[in-house]
Design a protein around this ligand. Structure first.
Ligand code: EPU
Length: 338
């Protein structure tokens, strides 16, 4: 087992923060993972996978386990549907492409989301009208205290908007090792209702879209708004969209009649944080190497050498300004490692 010392985590987090791992190990098998968890010499352990939803604000004084478990397989299928199993270290977009090649439908709207399969359930990744929970069957996770493999079904994961049990009561207790999804083999349920997708399909004269057409539309939209982490460090939406009561909304909309908003299932109103942040004048603003993206104000970016602390300070400034201007509290969506 190759345990390295003082390794920069810059290549392992999409924000490109140059924090150091005191110890580092690449995990490529389940038996190896079990053995590493048993190592008494390294009592503090920290998991990193795709590193696409975290902000490192300091060096990690622990054994960093880089989850690099690979493999995608078909578990079972019938005429209409297929259940697939993907290991946690598989790249999420790679999995979407694998499914599209086989014409398996269900995750095409989730094209180009950065990160790995194992982190997808933690925040119930979602985009353009689809969330992971819509196709999720179960995941397997290793309990860190015992090395035991445990299965969580869809209900047990307690999915919500960018939420799951793994962000709450199960936080820091499990390492997700694989995810099972149920997808369709024909007559795919298409999710084209999202305005930008409809417009993109129309632009390309697509009348009867396939799942490949939808994926292409999503890729084009994402590329136009969201920075590629390979070119500009970022973690996707830094904040969640706030949800407010109808009463608070009525007051808000009187003052801000042009604000975009969406009804949620439980009679609350979701306001796009990107709009609130833009109204506060932050869009495209840069403070040293930390900034607010110029095409989508929900995304904070690292122009090169920003520290995690600088990005964190900018996020706090944005939250305070939005609160002072609108009386609405916005919360980070990314996992801030303090
Ligand atoms: N808007 C602005 N200014 C901005 C950004 C957005 O006015 O700078 C307005 C837009 O004009 C639009 C509304 O806000 O009226 C919504 O914008 P958009 O469609 O870009 O979606 P979003 O609510 O900002 C969410 C997800 C994204 C996901 C998109 C599409 C969250 C926190 N973010 O963004 O997810 O791709 O919807 O479904 O829910 C991510 O989680 O990393 C992510 C990128």
């Amino acid at each position: 087992m190759n345990i390295l010392e003082n390794i920069s985590l810059k290549p392992y987090n999409t924000f490109g923060i140059d924090a150091k791992a005191r110890f580092f190990v690449d995990i490529t098998g389940l038996a190896q993972l079990q053995k590493v968890l048993e190592l008494k010499a390294y009592p503090k352990k920290f998991i990193i996978s795709g590193g696409s939803n975290m902000l490192l604000t300091k060096d990690i004084d622990a054994l960093v386990m880089h989850i690099n478990l690979e493999g995608i397989s078909i578990v079972e299928e019938n005429e209409d549907t297929v259940e697939i199993k993907a290991m946690a270290g598989e790249n999420w977009h790679g999995l979407v492409m694998w499914c599209l090649e086989k014409d398996f439908g269900g995750i095409e709207n989730l094209s180009l989301i950065p990160g790995n399969v194992g982190t997808a359930p933690i925040q119930n990744i979602g985009a353009y009208g689809v969330e992971l929970k819509d196709v999720f069957v179960s995941c397997t996770a290793m309990e860190m205290a015992t090395g035991e493999l445990i299965s969580f079904d869809n209900e047990e994961c307690k999915f919500g908007y960018r939420e799951s049990i793994f962000k709450n009561e199960a936080k820091d207790k499990y390492i997700i090792t694989s995810v099972n999804l149920r997808l369709t083999k024909h007559d795919h349920a298409l999710h084209t209702g999202y305005g930008a997708i409809e417009a993109e399909l129309q632009k390309n004269d697509v009348i009867y879209p396939t799942i490949q057409d939808i994926s292409n539309a999503v890729i084009t939209i994402r590329r136009s708004k969201l920075p590629d982490p390979k070119e500009l460090g970022n973690s996707g939406s830094f904040f969640k969209n706030p949800v407010i009561s109808r009463k608070a909304f009525e007051k808000f909309i009187k003052k801000n009649p042009q604000a975009p908003h969406y009804e949620t299932d439980d009679d609350q109103i979701k306001i796009p944080a990107g709009w609130l942040i833009e109204q506060c004048g932050f869009k495209g603003k840069r403070f040293g190497d930390a900034g607010v993206h110029d095409k989508q104000a929900l995304v904070l970016v690292n122009y090169g050498n920003a520290t995690g602390a600088e990005i964190l300070a900018l996020s706090e400034k944005v939250m305070k300004e939005v609160y002072d201007t609108f009386g609405i509290k916005i919360q980070p969506e990314v996992n801030i490692i303090k």
